[in-house]
Design a protein around this ligand. Structure first.
Ligand code: ADP
Ligand code: MG
Length: 697
């Protein structure tokens, strides 16, 4: 029977019990499913070491030699067996803690030792090594790369360990060698010099050598990424066929605002507005991501886009992740719109708007007198009905859950245009996957006259120096942010930290006023404290990361980050973006403990070395790996990649995207006979289950 249809229970060395566990733990139902369960590492069994050649700990080695002496110490649970192993020149130590009674050793016998050394008092020591008498060593054991498979606790409990999986797979090899149907067309494979699926599966499990293992993995990674791209791009192409509201006109309100601006738009701002307007007048629904570093002027771009829609007779809304931000957007927009008088009506709807005050807002949305609604997720409550919502702008997208976004437009018959704005720069190849079904616009230019923020890393002991610097800045009329980290698991302790920090600053700066905000405060109190800082009444703002996103106080020129080691890179960069918004030289001071891990030190070095959000994001991706990247994590990593790694396989991502695009350009819905294999596989994979922009619009 074909491997894809052979029940795993009927494979050799499996049986009902193991089959159950394989199904529940790994989702493996068929022989093919198990062949698709790839090793996570390989150990080179063709190499034999001398003890003197061991270079580092934690790498498996095999050595030929004899056991010269051994002794058992302790009794019961504390029992251990220690043996000396000699390769003819040097000695090392072998140790067993468990199953001591089963270890049988003989003198004058040649053994093959296999295990992971650790250094201990100038000698190496192997805990629970494999020790095989030389006459029992088969050629297979010492041939090529040995695959290792991840196993779960439940699997280990029934002795379904890596070795057992290896055995089950080895039994499938003869059938596999007969050939399995490929998932990718021969033309694509040939064009990109990729192995057939049969060869790839053979070599991923039992590679002849490192090169064939790497070629096999490259083919399987490509395949995985190719189907992700095919899915995303097909979705994008399909949606681009959807009808959308047509907004061709550049009208009076847009022009009036444009003329009233006290500054010229940057070229990048002009370019993205043009790109967005192209979408708005295309007659198809827009789904666009607007990326721009902090301070690049996304808010103004958003407002101008709203006016494009309003001039064409549509309503718009801007969703912000927090109440502070919604308030601030509201204020900013009202300021910008002041010269336009009565021509544009803006309303604010957040959780703290009372039921009574909601009534006129609901009415205004329903009868169309409100043009722009700004709000938090309160804005998606069921009672909110629109006359003709034409454009939705989501600011700082990663703070919104997918479900929340979905809720906003399910009620609409014709979907509104969607613009997602993010200030978290995302490396290109990652964006291709996470936002692979969105068109992307990038504001890659800051307004002129900004001085780059100077970033300095201080160990905590130099606090006095930091304080005297702060005092000088305040004397020059500047304001200061001091941010404390927040770890969710222990809010009480965090608040304690914050309170202590606040008290300490009050003592250090008795002559100045200090505000404090944190997530546990009532919205009204938070607003009051923020307003005091924004108006300049207070000189220092002590805060948790509630101020991370979007807060704009141009007179604030110093950002002090306490325990900077506890923040991720992109968060540090976001925080730094709160300063450097005025004409003055600004500073970001990273305060950390003295003792830092290598990774933390690297994070601080990157922050000091560059202000460029994209470079920070690239570095972050390398340091932490894609699954862990901030922002993507909060919205759930969209694809469960099994073998490809977005942090290191960037080139393959680009290749896969190009290959998928070529196919879809010729056949957008995969209807050609020769593209059937792709369509069928996409249907069975259902790749975007957890992250479907299609559902949103
Ligand atoms: P972000 O992209 O981080 O949301 P903002 O929209 O908050 O950035 O813009 C930061 C500041 O720059 C605001 O004070 C805004 O008014 C100002 N700004 C926006 N565009 C320009 C421009 N073209 N020239 C000068 N200042 C600008
Ligand atoms: Mg912003």
């Amino acid at each position: 029977m074909e491997l894809a249809y052979r029940d795993i229970a009927y494979c050799k060395n499996v049986g009902a019990k193991r089959a159950d566990i394989l199904r529940s733990e790994l989702g493996v139902r068929t022989a093919m499913d198990l062949l698709r369960y790839y090793p996570y590492k390989y150990i080179d069994r063709s190499r034999f070491y001398r003890i003197a050649e061991i270079e580092d700990e934690d790498t498996y080695v095999q050595i030929v030699g004899e056991v010269t002496e051994w002794h058992v110490t302790g009794i019961g649970k504390a029992q251990r067996l220690v043996a000396m192993f000699n390769d003819g020149v040097h000695q090392c130590e072998l140790v067993w803690f468990r199953g001591v009674q089963y270890v049988k050793l003989s003198k004058g016998v040649k053994y093959l030792l296999f295990g992971k050394p650790s250094r201990f008092n100038h000698t190496y020591n192997f805990v629970h090594p494999d020790l095989t008498p030389w006459d029992k060593v088969t050629p297979e054991m010492t041939q090529g790369l040995e695959p290792y498979y991840n196993t779960t606790e439940k699997m280990k409990r029934i002795n379904l360990n890596s070795k057992a999986i290896r055995t089950i797979i080895a039994d499938l090899l003869p059938d596999l060698k007969a050939g399995v149907p490929d998932t990718i067309g021969a033309d694509v494979l040939q064009h990109h010099h990729l192995m057939s699926l049969t060869d790839a599966l053979l070599n991923v499990h039992f590679p002849r050598d490192t090169r064939s293992m790497q070629a096999a993995r490259a083919r399987l990674k490509f395949e995985e990424l190719f189907f992700v791209q095919l899915q995303l791009l097909r979705q994008m192409k399909r949606r681009e066929q959807n009808p959308g509201f047509s907004m061709p006109m550049v009208g009076s309100r847009f022009h009036a605002l444009y003329k009233s601006l006290p500054f010229e738009l940057t070229n990048a701002q002009k370019r993205v507005i043009r790109e967005i307007h192209e979408d708005l007048k295309s007659g198809h629904q827009m789904n666009r991501l607007l990326q721009g570093d902090v301070g690049s002027g996304k808010t103004l771009v958003a407002l101008l886009c709203c006016l494009l829609a309003v001039d064409n007779g549509y309503q718009t809304c801007i969703m912000a992740p927090t109440e502070i931000l919604a308030n601030q957007h509201y204020e900013t927009l009202k300021n910008f719109l002041a010269p336009l008088g009565d021509a544009v009506h803006v309303a604010l709807l957040t959780g703290s708007v009372s039921a009574k005050n909601r009534v006129p807002i609901h009415n205004g949305l329903m009868n169309g007198t409100i043009h722009i609604l700004i709000g938090t997720h309160a804005l998606i409550e069921d009672t909110v009905q629109w006359k003709n919502l034409g454009l939705v702008i989501i600011d700082e997208q990663h703070r919104f859950g997918v479900a929340q976004r979905a809720k906003l437009w399910t009620k609409n018959e014709t979907p509104p245009h969607i613009l997602v704005m993010t200030a978290t720069p995302i490396p290109r190849t990652l964006a291709m996957t996470i936002y692979g079904d969105l068109r992307v616009s990038v504001i890659d230019e800051l307004p002129p006259g900004r001085k780059p923020v100077q970033t300095i890393h201080y160990p905590l002991q130099r606090r006095a120096q930091v304080y005297s610097f702060v005092r000088k800045q305040i004397e020059e009329g500047r304001q200061i942010y001091v941010v404390f980290p927040l770890i969710k698991e222990n809010e009480k302790l965090d608040l304690q930290d914050l309170q202590n920090g606040f008290n300490e600053l009050c003592e250090a700066f008795p002559e100045y006023k200090i505000s404090m905000v944190h997530g546990q405060m009532k919205a009204a109190d938070k607003d009051l404290q923020m307003q005091r800082f924004i108006s300049g009444e207070t000189q220092i703002l002590v805060a948790t990361t509630v101020i991370e996103v979007g807060v704009n106080v141009p007179n604030a020129s110093v950002m002090i980050i306490q325990n900077a080691e506890r923040f991720g890179l992109s968060q540090l960069h976001q925080l730094r973006g709160r300063v450097g918004r005025g004409a003055d030289q600004s500073y970001c001071l990273l305060l950390t403990r003295t003792e830092l891990t290598k990774e933390t030190r690297q994070r601080m070095e990157i922050m000091v070395a560059t202000n460029d959000g994209f470079r920070v994001a690239e570095a972050d991706l390398k340091l932490r790996g894609a699954g862990d990247l901030e922002g993507t994590q909060q919205s759930g990593t969209p694809f469960n990649l099994q073998i490809a790694n977005l942090a290191t396989d960037g080139q393959l991502v680009e290749l896969a995207r190009r290959a998928a695009m070529e196919i879809l350009d010729a056949d957008p819905l995969l209807e050609d006979e020769r593209n059937r294999i792709y369509k069928r596989r996409l249907d069975t994979l259902r790749i975007t289950q957890s992250y479907n922009w299609g559902e949103i619009s």
